[in-house]
Design a protein around this ligand. Structure first.
Ligand code: PMP
Length: 409
């Protein structure tokens, strides 16, 4: 490997023929040092305050566009109070996995609440959103099945499908979906299509009703991960399924408690038999300690979506304003319809430099590069929340006006 690492990505260090993990770690360290010295690495930046429109970094305050705390509930007094009350009542940890002593009444309430939120009766909770995908899929799929994935789904889904027959279709390409479904119909005990509601890198939406129609036509089941749609779209924040009124067409709804729900954890909402199956078959649920009593914060956050709809409408206004601002500057933001705003840059090195330049000007946004997106799709990704105000958004737009000139976008 060349010692100018500009053409490398994290993926190149996953496997190097005949090199063990310590050798790879040494080489990877050289890559990190090189990229950091060139100002092209901005991961794991140290911040000194919680989620919010502004955060502390290196003794100064910057505008934060990096959190998925879409409604700002991590700082809501009632949500904080619920976490504190949970700890006061139950202590700091659950002490066991759900099957053998770690299933407390607050876990049951959370399962009931999240199921009801999605207009169903049954749900299983996991300690991360990641495992709600990766772990459930490992129990659902067998070697005889086929999974059809949209190219934009999250890594947690990819990981859950790693050991199984899978076909990845071009993002949101309905003819590719139909072709793949047609070719596989009747050939597997289960054909499972997996999509996101809102895609995490582009912020665009799945053509849900059309995909449901295709699944029905070819006898496939459908799983929808709406981690980024929940609390953001749909009249009452139930995400894309609500926006499309598609409750009957989705077999498995997955998502996370780490974004709108202001804590950590995840869920699968499904029919009673499937949920019970997962409760006893999904190893990361069965053999791993249950969520802590601070998860009572999530119960309050779920309630607040209905009790305080104001936050969703502020978020919608913010997104509309920001979208209009970025488009007026002539920036390429793709087809986003959510609170995720990508600015497509294309070149990885330029992307990294823009990310640093933004930070210098007081705006913290993420650079997204391969392998999270394809090589040519490097972009800056920003997340808007209900807690940003017009002054924050204007400041970011002014900075982008400068960046556009400076980097000839
Ligand atoms: N699904 C999607 C679409 C995501 O973007 C993420 C993480 N950002 C996850 C699942 C995993 O959720 P968590 O971070 O709560 O583990």
């Amino acid at each position: 490997m060349d010692q100018n690492f500009d053409n490398n990505s994290f993926r190149d260090f996953e496997y190097i023929p005949k090199m063990d993990a310590w050798g790879r770690a040494r080489l990877f360290q050289a890559y990190l040092n090189d990229q950091s010295a060139k100002g092209q690495l901005n991961y794991r930046l140290l911040t000194s305050s919680g989620c919010g429109p502004e955060i502390g970094m290196n003794g100064r305050s910057v505008i934060s566009l990096v959190s998925n705390d879409y409604l700002g509930f991590t700082q809501h007094p009632a949500v904080k109070q619920a976490a504190i009350a949970g700890i006061q009542k139950y202590g700091s940890g659950a002490g066991a996995s759900p099957a053998i002593g770690g299933h407390c009444d607050y876990h049951q309430t959370l399962e009931n609440k999240i199921a009801a939120f999605f207009r169903k009766e049954h749900a299983i909770i996991y300690t991360t959103g990641y495992t709600s995908n990766s772990a459930s899929l490992q129990s659902i799929l067998t070697k005889e099945d086929l999974v059809i994935l949209d190219a934009g789904v999250h890594t947690s889904v990819m990981e859950g499908c790693q050991l199984y027959n899978k076909k990845t279709v071009k993002h949101n390409d309905l003819s590719a979906y139909e072709h793949t479904l047609k070719m596989s119909a009747g050939k597997h005990p289960l054909v499972l299509v997996i999509i996101d509601g809102v895609y995490s890198q582009d912020g665009d939406l799945a053509p849900l009703n059309e995909i449901i129609a295709l699944c029905r036509k070819y006898g496939a089941k459908l799983m929808v991960d709406d981690a980024h749609g929940t609390g953001v779209i749909g009249r009452t924040g139930r995400g894309l399924i609500e926006a499309c009124d598609a409750w009957e067409g989705v077999d498995l709804i997955t998502g996370t408690f780490s974004k709108t729900f202001a804590h950590v954890g995840g869920y699968v909402v499904a029919g009673e038999e499937m949920v019970n199956y997962l409760k006893y078959q999904s190893k990361q649920h069965l053999f791993s300690a249950s969520s802590t009593p601070a998860a009572m914060a999530i119960i309050k956050a779920i309630e607040l979506i209905d009790e305080e709809p104001l936050w969703m409408s502020v978020l919608k206004d913010n997104c509309k304003y920001f979208r209009h601002g970025l488009l007026s500057l002539g920036l390429d933001i793709g087809d986003t319809r959510s609170a995720i705003f990508p600015v497509r840059v294309g070149d990885k090195i330029k992307n990294a430099r823009i990310c640093y330049a933004l930070l210098e000007k007081g705006v913290y946004a993420n650079q997204i590069n391969y392998p999270a997106v394809s090589l040519k799709d490097a972009r800056i990704r920003m997340g808007i929340t209900a807690r940003h105000n017009r002054a924050h958004l204007d400041q970011v737009l002014n900075v982008w006006a400068d960046i556009k000139k400076e980097f000839d976008l």
